[in-house]
Design a protein around this ligand. Structure first.
Ligand code: ZN
Length: 152
């Protein structure tokens, strides 16, 4: 383990109220979605909040009991920059083109997907979710983009 991603631990609804989506479109986010809590590294954060994003990173994220740990994916040379995949969760109504425009990535790696955001979910899954929870979309409209662990 390299470092734990720490900060103020908020209920997701509190984090949503604190940051509106418009601000998140312009500013770097220090929010990490750890499941039951959202970690806001602007308060009580450590150096982990300055680790950059890469689509082909040297580190990966593990979430264990709502705590976030950043691990090395491979041997990292001295002086080499640390990075992990932010895998932002964003508004479900966004297209992949919206994500590339709002959260552009210029990591320059061969595997760059052009955005810090996780790619769009498959349409089938999205429809099933919408049918079960009709209010889910409107409730999430204001949700700020949060970092999330990429599924292994
Ligand atoms: Zn990239």
């Amino acid at each position: 383990m390299i470092i734990e991603y720490v900060g103020e631990r908020l209920a997701p609804a509190v984090a949503e109220a604190r940051y509106d989506d418009e601000a998140m479109k312009r500013h770097h986010t220090f929010l990490f979605d750890a499941g039951k809590v959202v970690i806001d590294a602007t308060k009580e954060g450590n150096e982990s909040r300055f680790i950059n994003h890469s689509c082909q990173p040297s580190c990966y994220v593990e979430i264990k009991k709502s705590r976030v740990y950043i691990h090395a994916k491979r041997n990292i040379r001295q002086g080499e920059e640390l990075a992990y995949d932010y895998w932002y969760t964003t508004d479900e109504s966004y297209t992949d083109a919206d994500r590339r425009r709002l959260y552009p990535c210029r990591c320059g790696t061969p595997k760059c997907r052009g955005t810090l955001a996780a790619p769009q979910k498959k349409k089938k899954a999205k429809k099933a979710v919408a049918a079960k929870r009709p209010s889910a979309k409107s409730a999430r409209a204001k949700r700020p983009a949060t970092k999330r662990a990429k599924a292994a």
